[in-house]
Design a protein around this ligand. Sequence first.
Ligand code: A2P
Length: 259
Amino acid sequence: MGQGHTLNNGLVIPAIGFGTWQILLNGKAKNAVAEALKAGYRLIDTAKIYGNEKGVGQAIRESGIPREEIFLTTKLWNSDQGYDSAIDAFDDSLARLGFSYIDLYLIHWPATERRHDAWRALQDIYKVGRAKAIGVSNYMVEHLEEVLGESEVVPAVNQIEFHPFVYRRQQPILAFCKAHNIVVEAYSPLARGSHLNHPSITEVAKKVGKSNAQVMLRWAIQHDTIPIPKSTNPDRIRENLAVFDFELAKEDMQRLNNL
Ligand code: A2P
């Protein structure tokens, strides 16, 4: 299932994850995460704002898979930025999930000036081991520079929208993260399903004998990012994991880069 990446603090994160954005109901998220864990996903991504932490936590517990074998991410919502409010929000997320620690806690968006105090809170949460790693999401180069300038702890991860149709816009962020040893997680790696049937993707898919979705995920993996596709359909949940037995040629990567 791929090699996984070693984060800048030594923690290993799986090479692909399961996203739960827009799987808004706890019950629905619980079923989807249960399917994902059964299929073999070990990285599960949620956020306070998705409103499904309770269902995600239940699915993990009921799976019977030891907690330490699962890499669980959740995120601090914008209105909780600030020091005390971030600590409180983290406690509440933990309580909803029903665990004693989170593998990765992210600031969801740069959003407000209180993100600086929030980052201090995340560092304290990290120092006592309640989050095994901390990072950010939707940070552009300027926000990352800010964090690097104000803190000893380099974010382990920046989670951004990443698929061929935003490549041009996101490429500078990807390059910056690579240069600073920040792993990029790719959310909406299937462009929310909207461009799956683009003729270029279809042509590459035919060439490698894989589905269009698998080609998009493979593209993200070959850019050294961790895609976190989401699906509520068990067949597609499994299909999205089968992306480690083929490779895209340089010219096909290039072709998708140019979409
Ligand atoms: P569904 O839940 O019915 O499978 P993204 O991860 O980029 O946000 O994309 C999610 C969207 O892509 C969802 O609408 C999901 O629908 C759809 N999707 C997920 N996996 C596949 C796949 N393998 N083939 C086609 N559509 C997919």
